[in-house]
Design a protein around this ligand. Structure first.
Ligand SMILES: [Zn+2]
Length: 364
């Protein structure tokens, strides 16, 4: 029941983002090429010897007589005004082409790429090409931004070491999980109080009766560097390393912790550990307890949920780092397909909460 696949570990869309950018760039070249083709097309008509207006506005057969009368008037008009008669429709068409191109490439894409839109009005107007293009993800979630605060090492060395120490089994549940506490190499310890402080916070949180052991189904035991195969590794990780596709990925453009089921790594983002999240305001202890319980919750097989009842404490498996309002967190569904039905857009807002078990009652 517990050892399922967690959602966060599946995020990795840096490649997808790159390919979207590439599509925009290539399509822009296609648009330019088509524009050039249009110009060549007009030129070809001009060399055919036909009157310019005839190729653009062929008269229906029923209007032939009237058309001939009109052509007589136009001929007199042309004799009077010379080349300007031909210049007027050319200028009109060029103006239309430029207007179409400008209007349809005005929308924004990541990285400032211009939209792919054929300039020709004959083939397909702007909106069709815009739909084909990969839609830019606009995640405007004000509560998801990293708060201002203390400095931290932005990028570690990309490898981890196990913090020495082990512990007794906590909890009475029949299914036992082992874990290590690890810290990325190259992190300045002053921002998080050193690795022993980090390890103590992890141990105390997981040993609390309000944590997963309080549900009565699992027990936990910390193991040291010599353990060959711990169930999961709680790992303090720099912001840049967390973005790696083999760590958390970066499909959601906000700093985040995650669970990576392939490496069995519970990734705790150092930036979040130091700065917290807006929903928790200045309550760093509660935020850190939340981060540990949420990500370890994935390691134990739990998936994301939303706020159940307006005004209640948020479920620990809600993505509270990004906010405690369902409408904000639901925006994440557009990025992570595995989250698509996790949170309804129903306007409910909860209060921040770090614990799976509230009031000593089982979470479920
Ligand atoms: Zn999660």
């Amino acid at each position: 029941m517990r050892k399922g696949t967690a959602r966060d570990g599946k995020r990795s869309s840096s490649a997808a983002s790159a390919s979207e950018g590439q599509e925009s760039s290539d399509a822009g070249q296609v648009a330019t090429a088509r524009k050039a083709d249009d110009r060549r097309g007009s030129g070809a008509r001009r060399t055919s010897g036909e009157p310019l207006r005839a190729s653009w506005r062929p008269a229906p057969s029923g209007e032939r007589d009237r058309g001939q009368r009109n052509r007589g008037r136009l001929a007199r008009f042309a004799r009077t005004y010379g080349w300007r008669v031909y210049a007027l429709p050319i200028l009109t068409v060029i103006t239309v082409l430029v207007a179409v191109d400008t209007a349809s490439t005005g929308d924004d894409t990541p990285g400032g790429q211009q939209a792919a839109t054929p300039a020709s009005g004959e083939q397909s107007p702007g909106p069709q090409a815009t739909e084909k293009r990969g839609a830019p993800v606009n995640l405007n979630i004000p509560t998801a931004k990293l708060p201002a605060g203390q400095d931290f090492t932005p990028a570690g060395k990309g490898s981890w070491h196990v913090v020495p120490g082990d512990g007794k089994k906590v909890g009475k549940g029949g299914e036992e999980f082992t874990y290590t506490v690890e810290v990325e190499d190259g992190l300045d310890p002053t921002s998080f109080g050193g690795e022993a402080t980090f390890a103590r916070m992890v141990d105390e949180t997981l040993a609390d009766k309000r944590s997963w052991i309080g549900g009565g189904q699992v027990s936990l035991r910390r193991v040291g560097p010599d353990h060959p195969d711990p169930s999961f590794r709680v790992s303090l990780t720099s912001l840049e390393t967390s973005k790696r596709p083999d760590v958390c990925g970066f499909s959601i453009p906000y700093p985040t912790s995650c669970w990576n089921s392939s490496s069995k790594r519970v990734v705790i983002n150092l930036g979040r550990w130091v700065r917290g999240a807006k929903a928790f305001a200045s309550d760093m202890i509660t935020y850190r307890q939340y981060a540990i319980n949420h990500e370890v919750g994935h390691a134990l097989g739990n998936n994301h949920v939303g706020c159940g009842n307006d005004g209640d404490f948020a479920p620990v498996m809600m993505q509270q780092t990004f906010g405690v309002a369902n409408n904000y967190v639901a925006k994440l569904n557009t990025v992570d397909p595995s989250n698509r039905d996790a949170v309804p857009r129903d306007g409910k807002t909860c209060k921040p909460n770090a614990w799976p078990v509230l009031d000593s009652r089982p979470a479920n």
